[in-house]
Design a protein around this ligand. Structure first.
Ligand code: GLN
Length: 484
């Protein structure tokens, strides 16, 4: 039953030599054997290298070498982060058989702490989606109800954590892809400040929005993983050269006098009444604990979705130009006339429908004569949204809202209607546009499915978010687990 425990619980056991890393690793793979055929969280399991990594950890512990919090802990990595020698597909046919020769910085940092990588997790193709149904290799299912989606795009990572098929996972979040699946799967997920975690080796979707972050079983683990992966990286010029605190210092159960703003735009139309009720209950609990709650307005967030669906596809259309059948992975087997014909046949076969839709949308928005009207206009809206948040944070320490407007929805329910699917991120997208940090933590169940609470903070103020999240977690005590 070791797979049920958290990073900090297991760390104690490993350090005291109550258990070995090998035992822990075997236990997690046994769990995977029992439930993975139902959940389908992984695209690739790396059992052999995991066992030898665990063995190496045990040797280190035997020799009395220092162990960090993550040493020997099994971890799952979203399949859009490069892992040296291990296939990295972004859940796309076009990257099938692509084996990177280097690891992304975030993953490398985890390896430096001697984590045990269990495998690569399923996702929406190139991180485009909110349900993991856009994976070219079939969907992941939500462990709470196998007829529903786990959210996306980091659905595999969130489902793996929820089903105890790993101890923690990394995800990436461009418009909500860590927080929304964390919400739908009843786990903790954080998108750090843009630039806090290096994007080097993260396959680019929308470079001005993408961030890597932790998906964990509790807030303490979130702080521990964030400690390990953040920091300036010479390989990513957009990574921040900021003074980084020890995030575990934030884990104090005290929110007395904390000023919480509740944006009314996130509590209105489109939010399921049950989700809204649990959010209000959570706010009431915060108030009981001594926080000050006030309704506020972010007047421009209503335009966030429209701005995002110009900016993100525009950046994606440029980033995905590199997948041409020459440099990476897949190439068409059809007879081709010339180079351009080879490119287009390869891309027509290699990309899925959602990715093609975004490339077309983005290319159009960037074309001569339209650039200012679409991309330029969207960037202006982005500035207005940034100003809204800045203004709110002059008065409030954190902002609170639902993470997702609904609980997990049925497989297929929104698949044919992209606009419906895009609405899944109305509460998370503004946070990416503003570059600020946000976390999702469980705040109860509605109809047996988890509801997530989003806490947003000032740029580089992950500490206050973690403090509020930790205090809530201690007081609320969400202990439910999916039955598999
Ligand atoms: N669901 C959003 C999209 O499809 C966000 C995805 C993400 O954060 N990677 O673009």
């Amino acid at each position: 039953m070791l797979h049920k425990l958290t990073v900090h619980e297991l760390h104690k056991k490993l350090k005291n030599r109550e258990i070995s890393a090998m035992e822990l690793c075997r236990d997690v793979f046994k769990r995977i054997e029992a439930v993975e055929s139902k959940v389908k969280a992984y695209l690739n399991l790396t059992e052999e290298t995991a066992l030898s990594a665990a063995n190496a950890v045990d040797e280190k512990i035997k020799l009395g070498e220092e162990v960090s919090f993550l040493t020997g802990i099994p971890a799952a990595i979203k399949d859009n982060m490069c892992t040296k020698g291990v296939e990295t597909t972004c859940a796309s046919k076009i990257l099938k058989n692509f084996v990177p020769v280097y690891s992304s910085t975030a993953v490398e940092k985890l390896f430096n702490e001697d984590i045990v990588m269990i495998g690569k997790t399923n996702m929406d193709e190139f991180a485009m989606g909110s349900s993991t149904e856009n994976s070219a290799f079939g969907p992941t299912l939500n462990p709470w109800n196998l007829k529903t989606v786990p959210g996306g795009s980091s659905g595999g990572s969130a489902a793996a954590v929820a089903a105890d098929e790993t101890i923690f996972a990394l995800g990436s979040d461009t418009g909500g892809s860590i927080r929304q699946p964390a919400s739908l799967c009843g786990v903790v997920g954080m998108k750090p400040t843009y630039g806090l975690v290096s994007r080097y080796g993260l396959v680019a979707f929308a470079s001005s929005l993408d961030q890597i972050g932790p998906i964990t079983k509790d807030v303490t683990d979130c702080a521990l993983v964030l400690n390990a992966i953040c920091g300036k990286d010479p390989m990513d010029s957009t990574s921040l050269d900021a003074k980084i605190p020890n995030y575990t210092k934030a884990l104090v159960s005290d929110v007395k006098g904390l000023k919480i703003g509740v944006p009314k735009e996130f509590m209105g139309e489109g939010i399921d009444p049950k989700v809204k009720r649990l959010t209000e209950d959570a706010l009431e609990l915060f108030e009981k604990m001594g926080a000050i709650i006030e309704e506020i307005s972010l007047p421009h967030v209503g335009q966030a979705l429209s701005a995002y669906y110009l900016i993100a596809p525009a950046e994606a259309s440029s980033n995905l130009a590199r997948f041409d059948g020459v440099r990476y992975g897949y190439r068409t087997k059809q007879k081709v006339e010339d180079m351009v014909d080879m490119y287009s046949k390869t891309r027509a076969e290699g990309f899925g429908n959602e990715v093609k839709r975004r490339i077309m949308l983005g290319t159009y928005a960037l074309s001569t004569g339209y650039y200012e009207a679409y991309y330029g206009q969207a960037q202006k809206v982005r500035t207005l949204i940034i100003n809204d948040f800045n203004k709110a944070f002059e008065k409030y320490d954190v902002l609170v809202s639902p993470t997702s407007p609904t609980v997990a929805f049925k497989l297929g329910e929104k698949f044919e209607d992209p606009l419906k699917m895009y609405m899944s991120d109305i509460c998370t997208i503004p946070v990416n546009l503003a570059g600020i940090p946000g976390i999702s933590i469980p705040c109860g169940l509605a109809d047996g499915l988890p509801v997530g609470l989003q806490i947003m903070g000032k740029t580089l103020d992950e500490t206050t978010i973690l403090r509020a999240a930790y205090a809530f977690e201690q007081e609320f005590g969400f202990k439910e687990k999916p039955i598999l």
